[in-house]
Design a protein around this ligand. Structure first.
Ligand SMILES: Nc1ncnc2c1ncn2[C@@H]1O[C@H](COP(=O)(O)OP(=O)(O)OP(=O)(O)O)[C@@H](O)[C@H]1O
Length: 282
């Protein structure tokens, strides 16, 4: 690294990484983008990101894929949350996924969204995935290259929470067109979210907007909105960074029930219309 001082700080390392620095290779930046499955085409790749776990990232991923599907687009979900895959359970789908020379076939949900997740490949869905980071990262790349996605308009990538190895691999290896950040109204969460936004900036990935989940709970008797996590201040935080707020979803016990029972396709979620518009226009 001594000859390569401009790459010595985290803030200067982007998709190209140190290996790709012109001063090192004597040429243009080296791309680390993996080749897509040769029999597939994917028009847009959207990453769904959160600062911490449990804020509803998988729920938003599935909601957006289903909403785009309802508009007539071909959609897929690449479940990059390898150690905590929850997408198949939400749709009530099970493996084993099969394949042929063209690749591994994703399993379609009831609405036609094509899904690939580690839980569709393992014998025991409840066994923990005790793998080292590089193995997890290479699985994500295989989901891109070895899965026969067919022709997709939108592939949604459900990322693991935080700014670790897998988000880095996805940002470096997949041609991500933009990310949507999912957050909850707690202050602490916002601090962590800033890291996710900064990471996207470092990797030159556009942040399409922020979706807030668990914004309120509607009282089933009087309809009053109860802000269980307090006031969100999301608008101020987003405006400061020039990032649009693309939706605020209530905590709805009916949503939790449908997702738990694997009936996600029955769910009506009208809170993400702005996000859908944004994705349609990229
Ligand atoms: N608005 C909501 N109303 C009710 N239940 C919700 C809502 N959003 C998410 N849930 C439920 O909360 C649980 C956690 O959501 P989800 O799995 O999407 O979180 P996550 O951020 O992806 O978590 P992790 O990062 O740990 O995988 C799930 O059971 C999901 O169905």
């Amino acid at each position: 690294m001594a000859e390569n001082q401009e790459c010595s700080s985290a803030s200067s390392c982007s998709r190209e990484s140190c290996e790709g620095c012109p001063s090192r290779n004597g040429g243009g930046p080296q791309s680390f983008i993996e080749e897509l499955n040769p029999f597939s085409s994917v028009k847009k790749v959207i990453g769904i990101v959160s600062g911490k776990g449990g804020v509803g990232k998988s729920f938003v991923t599935a909601s957006l894929a289903s909403a785009m599907r309802k508009q007539g687009y071909e959609t897929g979900i690449l479940d990059a949350d390898i150690t905590g895959p929850s997408i198949p359970k939400m749709y009530g789908i099970h493996g084993p996924a099969e394949g042929n020379d063209m690749g591994l076939f994703p399993i379609p949900a009831q609405d036609g969204t094509k899904i690939m997740s580690l839980n569709l490949l393992v014998d025991d869905e409840e066994a923990p995935v005790v793998w080292r980071g590089p193995v997890i990262a290479s699985t994500v790349k295989q989901f891109w290259h070895d899965v026969y996605w067919g022709d997709l308009d939108y592939l949604f990538v459900d990322m693991p929470p935080g700014t670790g190895d897998v988000p880095l691999t996805v940002f470096q290896s997949l041609p991500v067109d933009g990310i949507i950040i999912v957050t909850s109204p707690q202050e602490l969460v916002h601090l962590i979210v800033k890291k996710a936004i900064n990471m996207a900036g470092m990797m030159n990935i556009p942040v399409l907007g922020i979706v807030e989940n668990y914004s309120y709970l509607k009282c089933p008797d009087c309809g009053k909105e109860i802000k269980i996590f307090g006031e969100s201040h999301l608008e101020e935080a987003a405006a400061k960074r020039n990032i649009p707020v693309l939706g605020k979803m209530p905590l709805n016990p009916e949503y939790a029930r449908l997702a738990d029972e694997g009936k996600f396709h029955q769910l009506e979620n009208s809170y993400l219309e702005e996000a859908v518009k944004k994705i349609t226009n990229i």
